[in-house]
Ligand binder design. Structure first.
Ligand code: CR6
Length: 793
């Protein structure tokens, strides 16, 4: 009986000697325990990597304790749960983040010191978990951190790709892609659950069978694959709550396929089975379109089917009536990628739970919400009818994934105010007229735990000192308190020192990566994000060429007045995106010329930072003076990089696109450098075609590239064609004049250090609204209708 089981559990718990202790002495013992028994290394000889692994395992143990208790508590309270379904999560590194969220960083630092190691050095040993492409994926990771911190009963679901996003290496200025074997050295942050598995079916036929006079549709699959769960604990900050990110891996199914084995082709049937593992092998490296790829569809369905079986199983453990589903379960579709969930849950409710179509439909309409992260039609997935029909014969209902998601979701979210307007007036105009009440927006955000506390410890200390509290780490609105100190010279001096320290860190990194020595007195001007024509890295490079050209034509006296710049560009191009790859090559070609020009010296440097990812971002963002977010208005749905720079006291040079519009509302247009066509002007400018006015300087820069001033003349022609008058879809030419003016305004502000520092402080002070805590709270209250559920300590 229950009493007996409880007594047994209590006896076992007493044998465990209670929870793990967090004093430095206990931590040392635990780390050494893992060196000996987990890493199986000889006690007195282990290198930094092994020390990192042992350290990570000791942290993992502490996460597991809280993760267990959190789930026991969630189960007990039976509160409504959120399931966040996303094909991508860019978690980056976990060690520092976990230790900080557990609140035991000082104890760990001391423990390691006593063992003769340094925490920061070991933390550098960790590789990134790069299970995503760009903004959408990092935003998912930030949301997980906020869900845990705000005590929401939430689960994340995703895929455990064997290969994350490719590593970018640069050879002779060209991008090459290398596979990311991130699991080769083990992953201490995941827990393999060999018993949490589900069968996922593919292909085959649908047959009608007669069951006691009732006609039922039965799917006879052609292939079955097994999904195995890998759990990744996500700790909240300042709370015991540690939620779960469950990632699925594909394994050959156990089910006997008698026919294959009976034909005697034993070897081949095993080889064929191994191929099924390929489903979760690799992340698709395009961040905007995945049109009509069979493996991509298989991944999506594999993910959706395993997740929903798991969710329904958990629901049925505690409830026996599906009418309760909408009060117990919120399912969130992160973009259209998991939208097959809608068809799959209908299949489960109709075919397996025998609810009947209309009853199932009524339930399904109350549980889904959907966020779209794109503005352009080519970003909306479409699946060819015959592909869906052959792979999922029972799901063939609708194939425009966005339409499916809108029809069946109670809420359709945009990711910024501007984006939402575009959705209502353009992309989904018809749907908006039909159901205006469904359309909302929840502006994106980023977590200050990762983007200040982990990545910028000196700023973190300074903020707590001047705000007189660490409470901003859980409540970013408190950052507005910095405005009270902006006139204090001591504060400003300390602020400046922090920036300088971070610039030093970045300068060292640049020197090791590229051999270029940069001056700390220069303005560090950064653009890091995926390479896309609409993000206009080319506009930035053209601006740099223009600057170089001006410097070359100046006399020595005038040069002395120029603000020295270090221009930093980083980002990956999708492997098949030719123009983006040419932009990377051009950046290297210009850098080669500029950086080796003795005439120019420290006045201008251009560096391309290879393999931009989360951990590189943690280093680059705190060290930036200026950052560029210069997409053609109307093309960046939100943009979240800008929010991280803002938090780190970095000034923005930006167009009025995506979330920048709301940043301006918080910050005031005087505190950033704004330029370019407004969203409502873009269509008209495009219509002008070859009659569009383009400044002479633009034509001159274009000519230089075309004439081979930076080499590779032939290779760059097609790139130049994309911005030639009449063909310049992203309006680089027509925005060039105002771009240069904004750059000049930035130079002017930089030579007044007091003014610059004030703007920097005001930037950080305005960043509170862009915390993902605010985003998650809005979603929780308005869209998901879930309440916090805090596990007692
Ligand atoms: N590429 C948007 O383009 C937005 C993020 C997160 C993007 C970007 O503006 O900030 O999503 N869209 O909402 C997609 O990935 C489809 C992105 O990261």
């Amino acid at each position: 009986g229950f009493g007996e089981r409880k007594a047994k559990a209590e006896r076992m718990f007493s044998l465990m000697d209670g929870f793990l202790k967090n004093d430095p002495f206990s931590l040392q013992k635990d780390i050494l325990h893992h060196v000996e028994y987990t890493m199986a290394r000889s006690r007195f000889s282990f290198d930094d990597y092994e020390a990192y692994q042992a350290l990570a395992h000791s942290v993992r143990d502490r996460l597991i304790e809280r993760w267990h208790d959190t789930h026991i508590y969630f189960k007990k309270t039976k509160s409504k749960r959120l399931y966040f379904l996303s094909l991508e999560f860019l978690m980056g590194r976990s060690l520092s983040n976990s230790v900080i969220n557990l609140g035991i960083q000082d104890q760990y630092a001391e423990a390691l010191n006593q063992l003769g190691f340094e925490f920061e050095v070991l933390a550098e040993q960790e590789g990134d978990a790069s299970l995503g492409n760009g903004g959408l994926a990092r935003f998912s990771a930030c949301q997980m951190d906020s869900l845990a911190t705000l005590d929401y009963p939430a689960w994340g679901y995703g895929l455990r790709y064997e290969y994350g996003l490719f590593r970018q290496i640069i050879v002779d200025g060209f991008q090459h892609e290398q596979p990311d074997y991130w699991l080769n050295f083990g992953n201490p942050w995941e827990i393999e659950r060999i018993h949490v598995t589900y069968e996922v079916k593919f292909n085959g036929t649908v047959e009608e069978v007669d069951m006691n006079g009732e006609k039922l549709k039965v799917w006879i699959p052609g292939e079955t694959v097994e999904a195995v769960a890998y759990d990744n604990p996500i700790p909240g900050y300042g709370t015991k709550n540690t939620i779960n990110l469950r990632l699925w891996a594909a394994k050959p199914s156990n089910q006997f396929d008698l026919e294959a084995y009976n034909t005697g082709d034993y070897i081949n049937s095993i080889v064929n089975r191994q191929n099924t593992e390929a489903i979760s092998n690799v992340l698709y490296p395009d961040d905007r379109s995945h049109q009509g790829k069979e493996m991509r569809l298989k991944q999506q369905y594999f993910f959706v089917s395993a997740s929903l079986q798991d969710i329904i199983r958990r629901f049925k453990e505690a409830h026996n009536n599906f009418d309760e589903l909408p009060e117990q379960v919120a399912l969130h579709l992160n973009d259209t990628h998991p939208s097959l969930s809608i068809a799959e849950i209908m299949r489960i409710l109709v075919d397996e739970e025998h609810l009947g179509w209309s009853k199932a439909w009524n339930i399904v309409n109350k549980i889904f919400s959907f966020t779209t992260h794109t503005v352009v039609a080519e970003g909306l997935e479409k699946i060819p009818v015959d592909l869906l029909g052959s792979l999922l014969p029972r799901h063939l209902q609708s194939i425009r994934m966005a339409n499916l998601s809108i029809v069946c979701s109670h809420t359709v979210n945009g990711v910024s105010k501007l984006h939402s307007n575009t959705l209502k007036t353009k992309t989904f105009k018809d749907f908006y007229e039909l159901w205006p009440e469904k359309f909302q927006y929840t502006t994106n955000g980023v977590t200050q735990r990762r983007w200040i506390v982990v990545s910028n410890p000196s700023l973190c200390a300074l903020l707590s000192k001047w705000l007189g509290t660490e409470a901003w780490i859980r409540n970013a609105d408190l950052l507005t308190g910095l405005r009270d100190h902006v006139d204090n010279t001591t504060f400003r001096h300390e602020w400046k020192m922090v920036k300088r320290l971070n610039k030093m860190r970045l300068a060292e990194y640049i020197e090791t990566m590229s051999g270029v020595k940069v001056s700390l007195d220069a303005m560090f001007d950064v653009q890091v994000k995926r390479i896309h024509e609409y993000k206009r890295q080319l506009l930035n490079i053209f601006g740099i060429i223009h600057r170089y050209d001006c410097l070359k034509n100046m006399d020595k006296n005038d040069r002395r007045k120029v603000v020295p710049r270090v221009c930093i560009i980083g980002g990956k191009a999708a492997p098949g995106y030719e123009i983006a790859k040419k932009i990377i090559k051009l950046c290297h070609a210009v850098a080669e010329k500029v950086n080796n020009d003795a005439d120019i010296g420290d006045l201008l440097k251009l560096v391309f930072i290879p393999d931009y990812n989360v951990s590189v971002a943690e280093l680059v963002i705190p060290g930036a003076d200026l950052s560029q977010h210069i997409s053609t208005a109307g093309h960046e749905a939100s943009g979240t990089g800008s929010m991280k720079f803002l938090m780190n006291g970095c000034l923005l040079l930006a167009t009025a696109d995506g979330s920048t519009v709301e940043i301006i509302e918080e910050l005031g247009s005087d505190n950033l450098f704004l330029f370019g066509a407004k969203v409502q002007e873009v269509a008209e400018l495009r219509e002008k075609g070859s009659a569009l006015k383009v400044p002479l300087q633009f034509a001159r820069v274009l000519r230089m590239v075309r004439d081979g001033y930076f080499g590779d003349k032939d290779y760059f022609q097609s790139l130049c064609d994309t911005v030639e008058v009449g063909n310049d879809f992203y309006l680089l030419g027509s925005d060039f004049g105002s771009y240069l003016e904004a750059q000049a305004a930035a130079d002017k502000a930089f030579v007044e250090p007091d003014r610059w520092i004030k703007m920097s402080i005001l930037s950080a002070a305005a960043s509170g609204r862009f915390s993902s805590d605010r985003t998650i709270r809005e979603y929780a209250e308005r869209t998901w209708k879930i309440d916090p559920c805090q596990c007692p300590f």
